[in-house]
Design a protein around this ligand. Structure first.
Ligand code: ATP
Ligand code: ZN
Length: 296
């Protein structure tokens, strides 16, 4: 009997994307014999193996077909593509995951006079992203020296290693505690599902299945089910307010000739403002509930 074909997906072993990536696979109904010390975990109920590695290594594993899917920051993928001569060009971003959001920014010490990107001419910039920074400087015709650092980039100005830095920022608290001010955003980034071209049709079918489950999970997470009662005459106004909903279900309400019940899946955030707008249109008994799974 031939051995069952299995897909390999690489995710971060430990760090900012590690828990989120495992949880995403679990929400897709994939359960692992989980041992964080292992390099490879087997899914019990799906033809999938999970490689637990450093995020920086995922593009190389994808490019060499050690794995076929990976979850990593766009910043890592784009940097590898920027510094290599085409070996990562076949890697494709399939889906934004909506987590691990950050930006690659230029930040300067408080006393550095930054009027525009041109203020970087002749300066020394410390970064772990020399590829992306180099491209950005070239686009803006800036001549600056780049000092590459693996970590602790934010201390470079204080230790006179560099005048300014280019680093990942999310809340900005690391910058503040190092006396730095964010001035320019080079890249907005988030975690993405990345694929390399797959030649084996059976492996490609497994990749399609996983991708569509991940899409469904992300869609459900961003969607809400709204139920409300509406005066019949206000129905059109209420439909116009319902965020990102295509065709709501409208049902009669027993004993109320001039009222209907409206149920809708809203694929955008439903905020207090939205609920108050619905109420102003005449809606009452408004219920908003999360959706666990969704498949078209
Ligand atoms: P590894 O040991 O896997 O190499 P790492 O130290 O390179 O880990 P983390 O700090 O865990 O990586 O960050 C992983 C990813 O999280 C980043 O590449 C980036 O896409 C995202 N991220 C989100 N916010 C931030 C932030 N404030 N600083 C750094 N990365 C962030
Ligand atoms: Zn890393």
């Amino acid at each position: 009997m031939s051995e069952e074909k299995r897909l390999k997906i690489a995710i971060q072993k430990s760090g900012r994307l590690a828990d989120m990536s495992l949880q995403l696979l679990e929400k897709c109904g994939i359960f692992l014999t989980k041992s964080r010390d292992q390099l490879l975990c087997r899914a019990q109920n799906f033809p999938l193996d999970i490689l637990l590695v450093r995020d920086d290594d995922i593009p190389a594993f994808l490019a060499t077909d050690v794995c076929q899917l990976g979850i990593l920051g766009q910043n890592v993928l784009l940097e590898k593509q920027a510094i290599s001569n085409g070996i990562f060009s076949s890697l494709e971003q399939l889906l934004p995951i909506g987590q691990g959001k950050c930006r690659l920014s230029i930040a300067v010490p408080h006393d550095f006079i930054y009027e525009s990107i041109a203020s970087l001419n002749g300066k020394v910039i410390a970064t772990s992203y020399k590829g992306l920074l180099g491209q950005y400087l070239a686009t803006h015709k800036i001549k600056a020296d780049i000092v590459t650092m693996e970590g602790a980039v934010e201390v470079a100005p204080r230790t006179h290693l560099a005048d300014v830095i280019c680093d990942l920022v999310s809340t900005g608290s690391t910058l503040i505690s190092n006396g730095l001010v964010e001035k320019d955003v080079i890249l907005e980034s988030q975690a993405v599902l990345v694929m390399n071209q797959i030649s084996d049709p059976e492996i490609a079918a497994i990749a399609d299945k996983i991708t569509s489950r991940i899409k469904a999970v992300l869609r459900a997470e961003n969607s809400r089910y709204i139920m409300l009662n509406s005066p019949t005459k206000s129905l059109e106004a209420i439909k116009a307010v319902l965020p990102g909903s295509k065709s709501p279900t409208v049902m009669p309400l027993q004993g109320c000739d001039d009222m209907v019940a409206v149920h809708a899946v809203c694929e955008e955030g439903v905020f207090w403002d939205t609920m108050e707008d619905l109420k102003d249109c005449g809606a009452n008994s408004i219920l908003v509930v999360p959706i666990e799974k969704m498949l078209d």
